[in-house]
Design a protein around this ligand. Structure first.
Ligand code: NAD
Length: 472
């Protein structure tokens, strides 16, 4: 049994003031694999004070110094790639291929930030003024459980590039992954106080970060419900807030697409990361007349998907990350059935042969209407709804008829036509005939998927405050 009994504050691992103990459970075996001491508000204030004390000198560091730090962070995380992959499989249940990708993506984030920083001008002329982009200040980075290492590294890389000191609050459900990342980050030897990591409950540690007047900026990734709570609290001290929130993203397959390729890609978009992905394409729009063909392709592709032990390299879908979440996904499947959607594959209960672990059957519903609960709410599991459209106009209208607007996917053999559809979609990102991430392009949501952008130039600027110096 592992124990996580320390926080990372002011350049070292320290004993928490908090005493509450939480257990971490392997979602594949349901065994308790670790205990964690949760930090309290006093620990959080200590971390904020360390970040505040380190800020004046770190904010003055040069671009070259910060590029060197980003490269050291990249090397340190890269050196833990295997450990990070293994712990992601064990603690989170991420299938091996996904866990491998996350481990690599985490280290790469620092090189992407270094590349953005290299060509960035912190001083620009605008009108008669010199505009200086200054670090915004102590930044709180709040992390969800479905992408612990990747989100820590991508947010941290931008804060460091900008010259901001940070307090990171990982999800308490991903403490082992956060521990491996923290040990790696420690090896990079940043100045004490620049980086602090406090594991604890959302309302306690996150609540203190959102309220504390010494925190200038909050970069939050998580649910829309909690994003609203944070925004409300942060308004009191006028913090700069960016919110990367929930999604219910549409995938549109246009009638001229190669369906044999597009349908399996649409399924990948829906089921990636065990379906626990904010960017999952969970509403699939297909031409009305082609529904029977789509159903046949879906049955064939899902039939081949291995559900089970995430250590197995053949596995496509591992367990849900925790028992509460499993119950949530099962509840949505039963709502889909009650609302009268047609079950194409999957359904309630465990997949055959898996009597332990938080597994669900990959489930696809057809004849779903946009007003059904399963088409409106984020399920966050391997559950896909197929909806039909008569023409392109209706496809765009239905795709946009959602409270969310994080991501969208368009498949077509005619790229200019697909791009024209993409231009009309209300989403922060639209992927055209691809599922490949672009780590230098902005990432963030329209509507209730949040605001503010991460990654690349706009991600860097979200940690900067412009100051105009006007003088004739
Ligand atoms: P969550 O909102 O429950 O928690 C996210 C983080 O906020 C955790 O660290 C949690 O401890 C903390 N938190 C909880 N209550 C808080 C409070 N009152 N004050 C401050 N912090 C608090 O989300 P989750 O369940 O961890 O993650 C899943 C959700 O995150 C899904 O809705 C998913 O779509 C979303 N998500 C979005 C993105 C994106 O980039 N848009 C990426 C990953 C996940």
């Amino acid at each position: 049994m592992r124990r996580i009994e320390q926080l990372y504050i002011d350049g070292g691992f320290v004993k928490p003031h908090g005493t509450e103990v939480a257990e971490l459970i392997n979602p594949t075996t349901e065994a308790v694999i670790a205990t964690l001491i949760l930090a309290d508000a006093e620990d959080t204030r200590r971390a904020i004070a360390a970040a505040k004390a380190a800020l004046p000198s770190f904010a003055k560091s040069t671009k070259e110094e910060r590029i060197a730090m980003l490269k050291r962070l990249n090397e340190a995380v890269l050196a833990r790639t295997d450990k990070l992959r293994d712990i992601t499989v064990e603690e989170y249940g991420g299938p091996l291929s996904r866990a491998t990708w996350i481990a690599q993506y985490s280290s790469q984030a620092f090189l992407d930030a270094a590349q953005t920083l290299e060509s960035y001008d912190f001083v620009r002329r605008m009108g008669r003024s010199s505009v200086v982009m200054e670090p915004v200040g102590v930044s709180a980075l709040i992390i969800p459980w479905n992408s612990v290492a990747g989100t820590i590294c991508s947010k941290l890389s931008m804060a460091i590039a900008a010259g901001c000191t940070v307090v990171i609050k990982p999800s308490e459900l991903g403490a082992l992954q956060a521990q491996v990342v923290t040990e790696a980050l420690h090896d990079a030897g940043l100045p004490p106080g620049v980086l602090n990591v406090v594991n604890g409950r959302g309302d306690v540690v996150g609540g203190e970060l959102a309220a504390n007047p010494d925190v200038a900026r909050i970069s939050f990734t998580g649910s829309t419900a909690i994003g609203k709570v944070i925004l409300h609290t942060a308004t009191e001290t006028m913090k700069r807030v960016s919110l990367s929130l929930s999604g219910k993203s549409p995938t549109i397959i246009l009638d001229d697409a190669n369906f044999a390729e597009a349908v399996p890609m649409a399924l990948n978009a829906a089921f990636m990361n065990n379906g626990q992905a904010c960017i999952a394409g969970t509403r699939l729009f297909v031409p009305e007349k082609r529904l029977p063909e789509v159903i046949e392709l879906v049955e064939k592709a899902v039939g081949k998907m291995k559900v089970g032990d995430p250590h197995d390299k053949e596995t496509i879908i591992g367990p849900m990350a925790n028992s509460r979440h499993l119950a949530r996904v099962q509840r949505y499947i039963s709502i889909g059935l009650k609302e009268g959607a047609t079950l194409v594959t999957g359904g309630e209960g465990r997949p055959e042969g898996l009597d332990r672990g938080y597994f669900v059957k990959p489930t696809v519903f057809a004849n779903v209407r946009n007003e059904m609960t399963i088409a409106k709410e984020e399920i966050f599991g391997p559950v896909l709804s197929i909806l039909t459209y008569r023409d392109e106009e209706q496809a765009v209208r239905l795709a946009n008829a959602s409270d969310y607007g994080l991501h969208a996917y368009v498949f077509s053999s005619n790229v200019p036509r697909a791009n024209a559809v993409a231009a009309r979609l209300e989403a922060g990102r639209v992927m055209v005939n691809t599922l490949q991430n672009d780590a230098l392009a902005p990432f963030g949501g329209y509507k209730q998927s949040g605001f503010g952008r991460e990654f690349g130039l706009l991600g860097l600027e979200s940690f900067l405050e412009p100051k105009a110096i006007i003088g004739d």
